[in-house]
Design a binder for this molecule. Structure first.
Ligand code: GDP
Ligand code: IMO
Ligand code: MG
Length: 423
């Protein structure tokens, strides 16, 4: 039994795509377990950059099979575009991509409602990909699943019922134009033959693979602090990126999990709204953004940047059960004379004992920093732990000491080969 879970330990964009691609070399199956096309996972191979939204980041290793699990919400149009994009690079997808028959679908009205809600009083700063409204329908038991796409009559019946209800909301609540049932039915009925070759009972597929001793990597999207249960609610996504989500999102038992790898960026970023205790609004934040190219892989929005936050990270270690850390983008700190780590939160002069997940408290805390001397050297070409500057190693070891978790992988550049795996 061998499942390793890859979780984003912060607010997403930690470099999950890069680490999944690199680890996939020794893996049989990579499986996405939640989220949808709100994710943007970047893989850089040689001088080519690929951004994946739904297809697992193991697709570039030709012997790896890829699964989109039941916990993912799939936009069929976005998926077909991504399949075409992958094929255009000469990558074979037939016989390698497996899509859960139980995954829910994102429909045009989900995207419409997502964007309309964002214009209202509560602005989350979503990606506009229809994620929240699609998960609402899933939990309302009104969702349309991949299996429904394969039966034209069932699809028509469910779409008609859903669109009639959405039209009430669109016109009566938001004063918007109603959508045309027939147009959407016609548009989505065509996906049945396109998606059919990939549809599988992926839970059985994965459990059979486990019995045969195959190695599985569960690829999370987003990050723990965006988790709908454990994140900075309501400024979160609508799924469970935390490690527990891998079991429900794939139908694999918790007993099959042997490692939980937390992807941690060497500093912090956040896209969209919501509390961000270590955010740097002035020049240091701008430097992190420009050196780290911190612009959203899905929406192109500038990412908010700040120092590493050990308080939220320790909380993330706890709720995920992270057994090892892959520390990414360490090279982005190369030119900083001083590097800070937030080691505690204070409120009304008192140090808080734990990470508060309520916005009211989080927005009013004062971060307490420790300052470390930078290494002022370029580390992107370094291949071994021993060859890293002493101050760089000290920074990594400080993170290990403060978090209580070993840093087993250090990433010093976007490319596959810019990775140091510690023995
Ligand atoms: P994900 O959503 O967690 O997969 O991360 P994204 O792909 O959205 O964002 C990470 C960005 O950092 C991408 O542009 C990667 O190519 C890049 N990246 C990943 N690891 C490193 C690294 O160690 N150093 C640098 N400089 N860039 C990295
Ligand atoms: P990856 O997998 C960073 C953020 C959005 C917004 C909030 C809710 O690339 O790390 P949603 O569209 O999910 O309803 O938006 O979550 N968000 C992400 N931030 N990385 C992501 O994915 C994200 N996916 C969603 O910016 O704040
Ligand atoms: Mg991303």
């Amino acid at each position: 039994m061998a499942v390793s879970i890859i979780v984003g330990a912060q607010w997403g964009d930690e470099g999950k795509g890069k680490i999944v691609d690199m680890l996939s070399e020794k893996i049989d199956i990579v499986a996405r377990y939640q989220g949808g096309a709100n994710a943007g996972h970047t893989v850089v191979i040689g001088d080519k950059t690929y951004v994946l939204h739904l297809i697992p980041s193991g697709i570039f290793q030709k012997n790896v099979k890829c699964v989109i699990g039941n916990g993912v919400v799939i936009d069929p149009a976005a998926l077909m575009d991504e399949i075409a994009m992958i094929r255009s690079f000469g990558i074979k997808i037939e016989g390698r991509l497996f899509i859960s028959h139980n995954a829910h679908l994102i429909m045009p009205y989900h995207k419409l409602l997502d964007n309309i809600r964002e214009q209202g009083a509560q602005k989350i700063g979503t990606t506009g990909r229809g994620i929240g409204p699609a998960y609402i329908d899933k939990y309302m038991r009104a969702g349309i699943r991949v299996v429904d796409l394969l039966d034209r009559n069932v699809l028509r019946e469910k779409l008609t019922r859903n669109i009639e209800e959405k039209n009430q909301i669109l016109s009566k609540v938001y004063g918007k134009t109603e959508i045309d049932v027939d147009k959407i039915v016609e548009e989505y009925q065509k996906f049945d033959s396109l998606i059919d070759p990939y549809v599988t009972d992926t839970a059985t597929f994965l459990n059979d693979a486990l019995k045969k001793g195959k190695r599985i990597l569960a690829e999370g999207a987003q990050g723990a602090l965006l988790d709908v249960d454990h994140g900075t609610y309501p400024y979160v996504t609508s799924s469970n990126p935390t490690s527990g989500g891998a079991c429900t999102g794939l139908g694999i038992p918790p007993t099959s999990v042997k490692a939980i790898i937390g992807i941690v960026k060497a500093y912090s970023t956040r896209v969209g709204n919501g509390p961000f205790p270590t955010e740097l609004k002035e020049t240091t934040g701008e430097s992190l953004r420009s050196i780290g190219h911190e612009f959203g892989a899905t929406t192109g929005r500038p990412r908010r940047c700040g120092w590493l936050d050990m308080v939220s990270l320790k909380y993330s270690m706890m709720v995920n059960g992270i057994s090892e850390i892959a520390l990414t983008k360490l090279d982005v700190l190369d030119s900083f004379d001083e590097i800070k780590i937030c080691v505690a939160y204070k409120k009304d002069g008192k140090v808080l004992k734990s990470f508060p997940t309520d916005v009211q408290t989080l927005e009013n805390i004062e971060p307490v920093y420790k300052t470390y001397k930078g290494w002022n050297e370029t580390i992107t070409g370094v291949k071994t732990w021993k060859k890293l500057p002493k101050r760089t190693r000290d920074y990594v070891e400080t993170i290990e000491k403060l978090s209580g978790v070993r840093v087993s992988i250090v990433s010093v550049g976007a490319r596959r080969d810019q990775t140091i795996v510690r023995k």
